[in-house]
Each structure stands twice: as C-alpha cells, then as structure tokens.
Design a protein around this ligand. Structure first.
Ligand code: FES
Length: 916
C-alpha cells in the first residue's frame, strides 16, 4: 500500500484538484469519478472498453475509465472533459470548433472524442485527418458519421478561422442553440440526473427465447438479501400489464406472467439500496424455467406445427400490408425484359451509445419520470394505462438523449421505474447494461423479399411485384407500421402504373423489431434498387439515365394513386449526380486497368420517404409567449435526439415572428410545460412541428402588430420591457408592462397546432398516405479486395431534396450520420439474437471506416413544408446500402443478395461471379 491508497482511500488529482475516494476493491475509475466525485461529464456506454465514451486522461494518456480500477489511478493526474474545456488551450479550441462543425449531435460520445483529441493535440500540434482517425479510433459515434469530428479536430489544430456563422434566419447555417453543454460536459443524460440517495432497480430477464416460468419464494428472497427494498412482478402492475404503440397491438407485458417469448423478456424487478444492488447477483433470484421450442426465423414461425405465440394470429402472422394499382402480372407478361430476385437482410441494432437510463420519483401523489425518450407524451399515454392514473398525475421530464434512431420511441425502463417509485415512495434509478439494451430493446426488422420488375424495350418500367416478410420478433412494437409503410414505398420514387406489393410481419421468439430510421423502407430499397441496376444492365442502359427516365415527377401518380402537383424532387437529385457519376466511372476504369488484386466500382441508388404517420392524424402543437420584460419564449416539446430540432424549430419560429433566433428563449420538452409535439420519428419534426412553430410565430406576430395597429409587413424589435414595431417610416414603442400577464407570466401567449393533410388508404392501398415525401440519391465508389472479399467505400456523393434547408449544417450532419448507418447495414452490422449482445461482437462503423462525403443539397420546395422544408432523418440511409451493393457489382460482377456483405459473403459471391 502506498501513501496514495492508505486506509482504503485512493488519492489522485482530478482536473487540478486533489481528491480522495473510498472505493471498493477493483471499482471502475469511471464509476468512482461519476458516482463518488460527481464527474458526470465522464459518460459510460458499455463498461467493456468498446465504445470509448468514458475516455479520460490519466497522466496525459487516454484510457477507458471503465476498464481501469480506480486504485490504479492512485497518485496520478486524471483529466476529464469538464476540466479540459475550462483550462486547457486545446480543450478551449475544441469547444469552439466542435460547435462550429456540428461535430456533436446527441453529444454522448463527445467527451470521449474531445478528451482523445486533446491528447493528440498535445503531441501533434496540427494533425492531419489520418492522425485524427488513428487517435480517435477507440471512440465510437453513432450520430455524426465522424467526418465533422475529423474536421473539427484538424481545424482546432490548424488554429485558423472556423466556418462562419450565419444570421440564424431560415436557410443559414448556425451552431446548435443547445450545443455548448454537449462540448463542455455539462449535458445531463439519463444516467446523470438521479438524486444521490436513489434506490437502484434491476430487471430479471429471461435467458431463454421461449419458456414457461415459476417464481419462487419472494419473501424468503427478500429476507435473505438485506438492503433489497422491493421485488416487483406482474402482480404489482396497478393497471394494464401491457404496452405497445399501435392500437390493437398492445401486446408486450411489463412483466411476463407465466411465459416468456424472447431472451430478455422481463419477469420481475429487484429494487434496493445502491450498495446492496452493487452486490446483487441476478442468478440468486428465485425463478425456474420450463424451456420450450424457440422459433427464430420467419420460415419456422410460418411452418405447420410451429408454436403459436399469440392468440388470434394464425400462423404467427401478426399483420400485413398491400398496395396494388393496374395489373402487375399482365404488365410483367408483356414486358420486354424482366429481372427478379430474393434479398435477405438481418436484424440491425440501433447501437446508440447511451443505454436507456433515468429515474422516477413521487412528488406528492404524482409520478415523475426523468429518462431518455423520443416520445414524452406517448410515454405518458402508456403509463396512464399501466399505472391506472390520470394524465395529470404523471409527468415526463425527458433528459438529453444520447441517440435513439427509433428505438427510444418505445417504452423501456419507464414502467419499471414508475411502479417502483409508487411502491417504495422513493426515487428509483436504473441504467441498462450494454448487454441488456442490446438484448431487450427493438431492432431493425430482418426482411426476406422477393421482387420482380419488368421494362419495355425503351427502358420504361412495365410491371412490378414485391412480397416481403418481416421478422417482427416476440411483440408488435412498430411492426404494423413497417408492414403498412413498405408496400407504399417499395416501388421507389418511380412511375409504376402496374404494381402489386404485399408485406407480412411475422412473430417469432426473437427480440421485438420496431422503429429504426426508415421503418422497413431501407430493406425494400435494397431489393428494388439492386434490381434496377440489373434491369438497366439487361437493357444495356446507363443506370443513372434509366432511373431519370423512370423517375416520378409532378403530376404523375404514385403507386398509391396520389398525385403531387408540386414538390417532387427525385429527378433533380438524380441529375445532381451526373457530373460525379461520369468522373467516378472514369476513375474506376483507370484504377482497374492498373490493378488486378482489387477492383473499384461506382454504384448508385435512390430513395424516397413519406414524412410523418401513414394516413393517420399526426399533429404537433407549439406554444409561445411574450413576457413583460420583453423576452419571447418558445415551448418546444419535440425531442432533440441529436438531429437538431432544438435549433431548427426556433429558426422557423423566429422567421415567422420576425426576430433573430438568438432572441428566442427555448423551453424544452416537459409534459408539464410543453404541449404535445408528437414523437421524434418518421422524419416529421421539421415538417410537422416546424409548421406548428411557423403558425405560432405568425400568430404571435399578428398579436404584437395588432397592439399598435401596424400592417403585416412591419418589423418587430424586442427590447427590455418594450417592443418596437416599425411600420413604414413610423416607429411604435409599446410598453409591455401595460399588459396584464396571464398565469404563466405571459402578456401575450399563443398555441398553434399543425396536422398534415392525409387521406385513408383503401383496400388496395390507394389514397393519400403522406402530405409530402423527401427524395434522395446516393453515389458511392468502393474498392473490393478480390482475395479477401473486403469492401472499402472510398467516397460518397449524396444528393438530398430537403425542400428548403432550414440549417444547411444540420442537413449535412444528418446526411453524414445516415450514410454511416447505411454503410453499417450494408457491410458489417448483423445482430444475431443471443450472440452479438455487445459492441465487440456487434460491429458498427468506426472513425476509420467512413470515407469523405459530399452533400449536395437540393431544394425543391414543398407547399406543405414550413418555408418549403421537407423531412430528412429517415431518407439519409435509404439509398446507401443498395448503392454499395451496386458498386460491388460494377466493380466485380458479383451480386450480393444477403446483408450484411461480410467478407465471407462477398467472397462467395465473387466465386459465383467467376473470380478465383
Ligand atoms: Fe456521437 Fe451521438 S454525437 S454518438
């Protein structure tokens, strides 16, 4: 024992301050920093050294604090982001450059990235991109696609001017309005907010895919475990022991009653003092299992004699969808050429770096839940059912969200925490372990798709059929949405007069599949865009010109019979790729002429996505007020999960009201103070909530102008306690103290709602499912190692029609992040239930994997969008995977039909294509 660990205390310097902690033997440095020293800027994503979020400097060297016992830090100097951002010159530069480049989206990886970057900048004053990629290679980011992080670190080293800040008006690039806490380590995520004396909750989950179970003597269990305060089972659920998101499909139990349907199904929860729970081993929990036959694949679930998992779902078919127009079979019969094929995709894990986390507590007779979520009001709705409480007795206060991508729309830990708080009367916290989040939360649906497409001799599409089965896992989640949405989108953004598409969502004993960026459309695009390339090749046509020839246009009906008179932007997206397409083909040809071990190819794909819910009400409401002191306040309940709604929605509101965006005070999501802005999903926030913000801004503007009888073109200037309206040559100063504040403290207040105009679909899927679509086309150059089957993307060009880029920098951020996720889906990501439940067996792209990305912003305004804007979040990865598959084929002739295109699968396809 040395002087730094005397008496069980470990002493070291933390951000320049001498500290001592009394830690348990072997306690993780990350735990001691966060829980004993309050350094919540150290983020924990995996506790296994895989994600790097917890990176700190120990004696100047970056280490994963989750892997180092705190005792090893005795006598050392430990630096974290909070200290570096305050006192280190490199840290200070990075604070500015990360914001200027939008290098932090959700911000959960940002401390690890910035700390690693400081270590690099101390050694290399002006690193290049490759050095940054090496130095930051141990930190994962799921949001940004890494390129903006590389730019930010290079620029911080170069010390030059950072990208200029726009005015903040619609159409200008500005830093995130909520960006500073993300880069200084003060952002509070789900695991950062619980009070120090909170009880800790752990869920007991099934280790089996399918089993019956019997609980043992819970009283004896409690008596044998001092410090355990409560055990929760299905009997403790006060209301409905079920949750889900689609009416008619509320089928997932909070706690299973007597059988489990997937490995990870919850059967009970144990709640206790933090010390007791740190010692608790879930293997001690008294439960016995009766293992039953599992059905992990769709074919097995559909087979005669398969276990029937839910009553009323014959052959385990949960639901289906279809769209039909014209006569697809007849059209295919008269087509000059046809192509067809089957394509299979895998479960894909969201892999956000922040595991689900939060706490619940009682405030009087109200339950308050603070946790990461994409849908606070949906959480409140579900808890009303589960807790059997009225709305006013449940408050949801979302924390910052460290990535969601669809999975955090569903409930996860909220019911456990709320029931525990009600039962114990104390604050109760929980953070999912990495294995737990990967085992129990939703995934992208695996798809098995069969598709046939025909064309006439001139290359015009002539008939298309699509049949897709989607493995929706044990419970419904968003499976019905996927089943509905896919047939609408499976044509791609093209004119297809004769079309038939069907889909089925099939229950298995796998983890539930749910919402993940695209709701099934990325899977259908893999089949459709791959076959488009095959069809173009069969016809002897250039694949880009083939797509342009068949692209949808204004006035041309979609496969749902919906006709848009304006706003159809797929052709401009495709046309924007023409220069890059020609240049890349020439580059690839030159490379291939000089190389035999590797081949390069350039691939294309396009995509579209209807923004918002499918033929369903989908409103968002925004509230805004003017205080007597002259402050304008925007109550914005749309969850910013990294995509930027805390910046984009104020930009829209500010334009409508007529003041600079930096004068708008933002009140973030909290069901007590922000109205329902709907869920953050389906690329709806900029479009739907943005429109509500526009309406609110316009309404507040009208009220202000009416105070002084000014005309509609007058300008508004906010000042302390007064507002000045300039109408032509006349200035009117209005003293706001003349108005009486309402109960909320506003002298003027408005509430406005927007709901996109849609129409129901008939039995053939004909109708108007969405008020607007966004459009995209990607180009990628890949290099294929013929011996190893390794595929390396070298460059992306991504054209996106966003109608009007509210903030071009945020548009780029979405495009980069979506492409990185699309790359993962194409080349490496395969969630195998029971096997890839951590971030070292489940691989996502790293900073070394994502090549340069050129974003081409196309703006074809949409009449329904706020200032013409369209949604973007889902669109950004829909074309990526098929573009990569098409590039592999153009490089080698090998057609990949099962994702991901791992080296082994690529090697097999290369052999099939005639490569040795
Ligand atoms: Fe990197 Fe979200 S910004 S994980």
């Amino acid at each position: 024992m040395n002087r730094h660990t005397a008496l069980g205390l470990t002493a070291f310097h933390l951000n320049g301050r001498a500290v001592e902690v009394a830690a348990d033997p072997g306690e993780r440095l990350s735990h001691a920093l966060r829980e004993r020293l309050g350094a919540r800027d150290v983020k924990v994503g995996c506790n296994a050294g895989d994600c790097g979020a917890c990176t700190v400097l120990v004696d100047g060297a970056p280490v994963c604090a989750c892997l180092m016992p705190v005792q090893q830090a005795a006598g050392a100097t430990v630096e974290t982001l909070a200290g570096l951002a305050r006192t280190d010159p490199h840290g200070e530069r990075l604070v500015s450059s990360f914001q200027a480049h939008q290098a932090a989206q959700c911000g959960i990886c940002t401390p690890g990235m910035m700390v690693s970057a400081v270590a690099l900048l101390r050694m290399v004053a002006a690193p290049d991109a490759a050095q940054v990629q090496d130095a930051l290679g141990g930190v994962l980011c799921r949001c940004t696609g890494y390129r903006k992080i590389i730019d930010a670190v290079v620029d911080a080293g170069a010390g030059g001017a950072l990208p200029a800040e726009g005015s903040g008006d619609v159409g200008t690039a500005i830093r995130r309005l909520d960006g500073l806490p993300k880069v200084t380590g003060t952002e509070a995520f789900g695991d950062d907010v619980a009070p120090a004396d909170a009880l800790v909750l752990r869920v007991i989950r099934s280790p089996h895919a399918h089993a019956g179970f019997t609980l043992g003597d819970l009283d004896a269990f409690r008596a044998a475990h001092p410090g355990i305060v409560a055990v929760l089972t299905a009997a403790d659920v006060p209301g409905l022991n079920a949750f889900g998101v689609i009416p008619g499909f509320i089928d997932q139990p909070v706690f299973a009653v007597d059988r489990v349907l997937f490995r990870g199904d919850a059967v009970a929860a144990v709640v206790g003092e933090a010390q007791a729970m740190a010692r608790f081993d879930p293997a001690d929990f008294p439960v016995t299992w009766q293992v039953r036959d599992a059905v992990m694949e769709v074919e097995a679930a559909l087979a005669d004699g398969a276990p029937q998992l839910h009553p009323g779902r014959a052959n385990n078919i949960m639901c289906g969808g279809n769209v039909a127009c014209g006569d697809a079979e007849a059209a295919l019969g008269r087509a000059a050429v046809t192509v067809e094929g089957r394509f299979d995709t895998s479960f894909v894990e969201h892999a956000y770096i922040e595991p689900e986390a939060g706490f619940a507590t009682m405030e009087g007779d109200r339950v308050v839940v603070q946790a990461c979520t994409q849908a606070p009001v949906m959480d409140q709705d579900a808890l009303m059912q589960i807790l059997a409480l009225p709305r006013e007795r449940i408050r949801i206060v979302p924390t910052a969200v460290g990535g969601g991508f669809g999975s955090k729309i569903d409930l996860s830990l909220q019911p456990f925490l709320a029931i525990a708080a009600m039962k114990t009367g104390r604050a109760v916290r929980m953070t999912y372990e990495r294995v737990e989040t990967m085992q129990s939360t939703t995934k992208r649906h695996p798809a098995s798709i069969t598709m046939r497409i025909g064309a006439d001799p001139d290359g015009r599409l002539c008939g298309m059929t699509f049949d897709g089965d989607f493995n929706t896992g044990a419970y419904a989640s968003w499976g019905p949405t996927v089943a509905n949405r896919v047939p609408i989108h499976a044509s791609g953004p093209y004119r297809v007069a004769d079309y038939r598409a069907t889909s089925r969502a099939v229950n298995t004993t796998c983890v539930p599949a749910g919402a993940f960026r695209g709701f099934g459309v990325p899977q259908s695009a893999v089949a459709q865009e791959s076959l488009f390339d095959d069809l173009a090749d069969t016809l002897g046509m250039d694949p880009l010109e083939f797509r342009i020839l068949n692209a949808l246009d204004n006035g041309v009906p979609t496969v749902c019979g919906q006709v848009f008179a304006q706003g159809v932007g797929i052709k401009p997206c495709l046309e924007a790729l023409r220069p890059a397409w020609a240049a890349a083909q020439a580059d690839c040809a030159a490379f291939n002429a000089a190389n035999s071990a590797s081949r390069r190819g350039v691939g294309l794909a396009a995509g579209w996505y209807g923004c918002g819910n499918t033929s369903m009400p989908n409103p968002s409401t925004i509230r805004a007020g003017l205080r007597a002191d002259g402050a304008v306040v925007l109550h914005q309940g749309a969850m910013d999960i990294g995509q930027g709604s805390n910046t984009v929605i104020p930009q829209i509101f500010a334009r409508a009201f007529g003041v600079p965006v930096h004068q708008v005070d933002l009140v973030g999501a909290d069901t007590d103070v922000t109205p329902d802005a709907g869920k953050t999903s389906a690329s709806r926030q900029t479009f739907v909530t943005g429109n509500a913000a526009r309406l609110a801004g316009e309404a507040l503007r009208r009220e202000v102008l009416s105070l002084v009888n000014a005309g509609p073109d007058a300008t508004i200037a906010l000042g302390p306690g007064a507002i000045t309206v300039t109408d032509g040559a006349r200035d009117f100063a209005f003293d706001l103290a003349r108005l009486t504040p309402n109960a909320a403290g506003y002298v003027l207040e408005v509430v406005e709602t927007y709901d996109p105009p849609t129409k129901p679909l008939d039995s053939n899927g004909q109708g108007e499912p969405y008020a607007q679509y966004g459009y995209a086309a990607h180009l990628v150059v890949v290099e294929v190692d013929l011996a190893l089957g390794r595929v390396r993307p070298l460059r992306f060009v991504a054209a996106h029609d966003v109608g009007q880029a509210i903030n071009p920098l945020l548009v780029e951020g979405q495009v980069h992040g979506g492409i990185a996720q699309g790359m993962g889906m194409a080349l490496m990501e395969e969630y195998i239930p029971h096997r890839t439940e951590n971030l070292h067996d489940y691989l996502i792209p790293t900073i070394g994997d994502v090549p340069p990305i050129e974003t081409l912003i196309v703006e074809v305004p949409d009449a329904h969008g706020p200032y013409g804007a369209k949604g973007l979040g889902e669109h950004v990865l829909i074309p990526t995977a098929p573009a990569i598959l098409n590039a592999i084929k153009r490089a080698t002739g090998a057609r990949i039909r099962r994702l991901p295109a791992t080296p082994a699968r690529v090697r097999a396809a290369l052999k099939e294509a005639g490569h040795a």
